[in-house]
Ligand binder design. Sequence first.
Ligand SMILES: Cc1cc2nc3c(=O)[nH]c(=O)nc-3n(C[C@H](O)[C@H](O)[C@H](O)COP(=O)(O)OP(=O)(O)OC[C@H]3O[C@@H](n4cnc5c(N)ncnc54)[C@H](O)[C@@H]3O)c2cc1C
Ligand code: SF4
Length: 559
Amino acid sequence: MSFDYDYIIVGSGFGGSVAALRLAEKGYRVGVMEMGRRWTPDTLPKTNWSLSRWLWRPEIGLRGFFSLRIFRHVVVLSGNAVGGGSITYANTLLVPPAKVWNEGTWAGVADWHKVMPGHFATARRMLGVTTNRRLGPADQRLKQMADAAGVGDTYYPTEVGVFFGDDGDAPGTTHSDPYFDGAGPERTTCNGCGGCMVGCRHGAKNTLDVNYLYLAEKLGATVHADTKVVDIVPREGASDGANGYRVTTRAMGAGKADGGSRGVFTCRGVVLSASSLGTQDLLFRLKLSGSLPRVSDALGDHVITNAESLIGVRYPRSEVDLSEGVAIGSGVYIDQYTHIEATRYPKGSDSMGLITTLLASGRPGWHRRLVWLASLAGMAVTRPRALLRLLNPVGFARESMIFLCMQTLDGRLKMRLKRAWYWPFMKRLVTTGAPIPTFIPQANDFAVKAARATGGLPMTSLTEILFNIPMTAHCMGGAVIARAPGEGVCDGRHRVFGYRNMYICDGAMLGANLGVNPSLTITALAEHAMSHLPSADRQDWNDAAADVPSAPRAGGQTA
Ligand SMILES: Cc1cc2nc3c(=O)[nH]c(=O)nc-3n(C[C@H](O)[C@H](O)[C@H](O)COP(=O)(O)OP(=O)(O)OC[C@H]3O[C@@H](n4cnc5c(N)ncnc54)[C@H](O)[C@@H]3O)c2cc1C
Ligand code: SF4
């Protein structure tokens, strides 16, 4: 049998890029299918008002790289591009506390405490993680707020994947490849413009297209941009994929959602790296259509968020430009479970101001909405100009400190593919299960007190107040690592239960709430997955998941 590729990788984010490089290094022929576009510093938008180049909503012609999807329980933010979420993410790359390996569905499935430190070290080196050296006014203000709240000793500058150059380098200094012994592209030092989440136009952000993917392409991996995978089916003669797979794609070119020209590729193995939402969506469709019926019924279970909340403080007519610095410059722990990061958009990128409003306390639901309306009415009488300024998106980035708040407490959802009552024409991912907390009371309290002490106005997202749902940029799980198919979708070596030579390497595999931004963990776990594959000349194409029925759990909760 002949194959177009040895491995096809679906999605080019943190998991997919690692897989592409490591498989190419091992001598495999690799094809990466990515439905997003390829961006360069010249094509990235200058501000996020350029909606057609910022937002990803291809069905209405918006082919940017930032996606916002509203579910019943949560609004999920994510990235779609060559380089996945790395194009829009905020560069923060943190190692989670060791206890996460004892919790959730992956506890006891592998000797995580022994193997992961090495993979984290590799991931940090590849992504150029270093301590933030461009602390801006918002970071200094967070420190003052933390001091005033008595938690100043927990303040830290973030660990980020950004190039700052040598000590004493001026912002904007260009160096030949500083990371990969000359094999990588040249890099330019960060100028602290705060633009990381609108895409770095200055060559300073360590996005995947300048490290893992760049090196993979140099080794011969082919990246098919604007190409969405819509079907994966085992080839004739072996329903478990032992004879390889046929992968069908659709072109996502201008004006096409996923109905563009069709492509069919064959491969011996598949790596699913389409993100938590993307991998769940694809696997649900393929399980339902009969292409991959053996995928575990646990698909869609154990969807986790970092229990996040996006709040902040706005300083109408602020004299200080709070947009300076890197996107997430610093953080504090306000208690043992709750962590706040100072986040920003660059000057002029104010469109997120359209979905923020005055922070209100009260019980979630109608009570909170009424408190919010009463607060707005009160302000309209007592401080009408400040209210207008708060609600006016123009100036939002320059005048705001955005707090990204996260908790390590567990909150789980389920996702299913269903017809929603408001759009019964097609099935789409929906969330089910008990509601997850809409806001973090301790973090709200911190924002209110900090605003009062510094002359600002506390703010929150409109979705939190109006629809009683939180926003998350860290949707994780849904096709998790577990001991057996009853508990998850893949095993401790990321192999999909029921199929051969099929792996999950993205946020979908995460089995516990990390409590910190997940990209470094996804990268390290993808390194872990790929470390088990032999070089191409020693491959027997017979790799299948193993249940681990007798392994004792290391502790923590079960599924
Ligand atoms: C604004 C923002 C800021 C963030 N900041 C941080 C941060 O500072 N630190 C951090 O750790 N995390 C951050 N995150 C989260 C981070 O981006 C994600 O956790 C991470 O990108 C997930 O990696 P992944 O490998 O699971 O998939 P992704 O990086 O999301 O990549 C998946 C890719 O698969 C593609 N895809 C999906 N379906 C298909 C298909 N059917 N066919 C072909 N391609 C497909 C998608 O287009 C996408 O490019 C942020 C996210 C956002 C939105
Ligand atoms: S702050 Fe500006 S220059 Fe620095 S990494 Fe972010 S976008 Fe690039």
